[in-house]
Design a protein. Structure first.
Length: 115
């Protein structure tokens, strides 16, 4: 199993980023996929999840209306479009299945929102 996240960076408040997660080694299309994040000194939290066919999406309240999760099963890829970023969105972002599997964690991608 390999999960590789990318697309993070340093942005100013109000700007956007698009995170990309490419997975391999398991039947991607059969799994609910999720984005999680972990801020310094805090526990990892679920940010968004998407059903196997992409028709059902869930978002934590703090990102509703700003973030959009999507997936492309042909490319084994899940995306997180993040708009109107806030300093409190600063964290390392990870993708995994839902529920998460311990051996599916990648290195994550750092998102820093600061002026």
């Amino acid at each position: 199993v390999q999960v590789v996240e990318s697309g993070g960076g340093l942005v100013q408040p109000g700007e956007s980023l698009r995170l990309v997660c490419v997975a391999s080694g398991f039947t991607f299309r059969s799994y609910v996929m999720s984005w999680y994040r972990q801020a310094p000194g805090k526990e990892r939290e679920l940010v968004a999840r998407i059903s196997t066919d992409g028709s059902i999406k869930y978002y934590v309240d703090s990102v509703k209306g700003r973030f959009t999760i999507s997936r492309d099963n042909a490319k084994n890829t899940v995306y997180l479009q993040m708009n109107s970023l806030k300093p409190e969105d600063t964290a390392v972002y990870y993708c995994n299945t839902f529920p998460s599997r311990s051996n599916y964690w990648g290195q994550g991608t750092q998102v820093t929102v600061s002026s």
